[in-house]
Design a protein around this ligand. Sequence first.
Ligand code: ADP
Ligand code: MG
Length: 449
Amino acid sequence: MTTEEVWQTALAQIQLTVSPANFSTWFKNTEVFSIEDGQAVIRVPNSFVKEWLENKYNKVVFKALRDLDDRIRDVSYVIGQSNNAKAPKKELAVQRSAQPELEGLKVDKETNLNPRYTFKNFVVGPFNELPHAAAFAVTVNPGSAYNPLFIYGGVGLGKTHLLQAIGNEVLVNFPGKIIKYIPSERFTTEVVSAIKNRTMDILKNKYRRVDVLIIDDIQFLAGKEKTQEEFFHVFNSLYERNCQVVISSDRPPKAIPALTERLRSRFEGGMIADVSCPDFETRMAILKTKAQEKNISLPDEALSYIATNIQRNIRELEGALNRLIAHQNLNNRSIDFETTREVLKKLLFSPAKATTPQKIIQTVAGFYDLKEKDLLVSSRKKEVVRPRQVAMFLLREDLKGSYPFIGRKFGGKDHTTVIHSCNKIRRELEDSENLKGEIELIRQLIFSA
Ligand code: ADP
Ligand code: MG
């Protein structure tokens, strides 16, 4: 057998042991590079595949090769261009090298600020001019410009980005100030556990020392009377000291049911600004900024295809780009207009209808080499916990399942567990390009099969 034949035979064997989706994801574009002195070297299209083969499939690969030639003692993987791939390799190398930089940006444990959200990379257009101006004014004069500043608008329109940018900018302008960013769900969790552990005084002190308090997604406080009560006390004590409070919500204060009247009127006493949907020009500008950040180059007609089809959500604009990047990485081929249309078709034309909870659970299980029932039963094993969180996250994001509904799907888990899981993945997604890549791949598997 030639080395080429050895690898083809090994692949045929491997195909029998891994799922078809995984086979095509991880093995499709591999080649044998050399087999010499007991060392087999397999060529893979990119570092992402390399990592997966090394960490997850090495045993399978090794066994398949060794069964054919028992002189083989070791397998390694090199990144290289496949002989029949068309893309210039340089682009891929550039694209990957951008990632360690992003990986380096970590959320600060004290402030909860993520340095990646700045004013510099925030695109301003008619749809967000007012909240942007108000936010910026706050960073020049925290505590006296607009207090509280209340920013509201739909999902994925840049509220969190803007809130975080305020924190990061104040940090630069006033290094001595204590800044705290907190999602309101986490505030609720803290209040609940302080009540349980009788540590409310500690909690109150912690917040009373803060100079700029940023609370994201305040709508989650709705209906939680005790938490609102505590928040009100914290809020008042900060306000009396001229400290800055910044709040975001998916709707204006008067539209949040079950918000206590005292809180509502406090919010309405400050500045209220809304983010609406970006116009076409701004969507193009945002896409260009993000494409540059991610080092992917796309023809203008591809960008305008995305901007035409995704109108109401900036996060989805970014999601479309990420999907194209995953596609480029896997196929080692630069993206043209036709590919853009092909890849995004499934994403654009209502993913909610194109899949089911079963399909998501099945795909996630397959992707991580687990059985479906492993995901569904209670187990705290690390290999299972993460995939389960990913599955819950996808049910939430792509199927818009309610938290209790998702809990029921996973063997009757409490909805707070589901919320916790989804938030965990969301937070990690901000930091980890690897997790982002995994989730994009899973989505490709879900929506392309
Ligand atoms: P929200 O909190 O309103 O749901 P996010 O702030 O999380 O939305 O924004 C979603 C994504 O879109 C983030 O990655 C963010 O960086 C990006 N984004 C939103 N608005 C802008 C903008 N004006 N310029 C650049 N990126 C933006
Ligand atoms: Mg947000």
